[in-house]
Design a protein around this ligand. Structure first.
Ligand code: ZN
Length: 159
């Protein structure tokens, strides 16, 4: 691996250890040119997995897209950008543990996992995500009778 400071093309790894509970490896890297050290993490990625949307279109999993969709529900939080990226990594790991990734995964499975993870992180952010992704019944499901329905539910909601 190249050095992040001087871009020298060779670093050595004097120390590495696997994470105790998840498929991650921590590595301490040392540059033989400038003598500085830095840390890397190696973890599995879903980036080769195809995601099937509700309209049956397929595209590759993108942790960037997941991060952005989480960020919209975290906008009231401090450090929303960092938190949404860290949460996206957690969700990616959960998906890797939970699903057979040799076959495509549905966008609704990703949304469900994101909803569960976000609710553990912050109840309000989780509910906001659930509402904006249609995971919470009766809030935004339109054109359908609901047990709590009044006619107002059939009026499109404007954000
Ligand atoms: Zn260097």
């Amino acid at each position: 691996m190249i050095c992040i400071y001087c871009l020298h093309n060779k670093t050595v790894t004097p120390n590495s250890r696997p994470h105790k509970k998840s498929a991650q490896v921590w590595r301490r890297r040392h540059c033989t040119e400038c003598s500085r050290t830095f840390t890397t993490y190696e973890r599995p990625s879903l980036e080769d997995v195809m995601v099937v949307a509700q309209d049956s279109t397929k595209e590759r999993f993108s942790i960037g897209r997941l991060t952005i969709s989480l960020h919209q529900s975290l906008s009231s939080q401090q450090d929303a950008a960092t938190s949404s990226y860290e949460l996206a990594q957690t969700i990616e790991l959960h998906l890797l543990q939970r699903y057979d990734i040799t076959t495509p995964i549905t966008s609704s499975a990703i949304a469900d996992e994101a909803y569960r993870t976000l609710r553990r992180y912050d109840e309000l952010c989780g509910l906001q995500y659930g509402a904006s992704h249609g995971l919470i019944a009766s809030i935004r499901r339109r054109g359908r009778p609901s047990t709590t329905a009044t006619n107002a539910d059939d009026v499109p909601v404007r954000d």
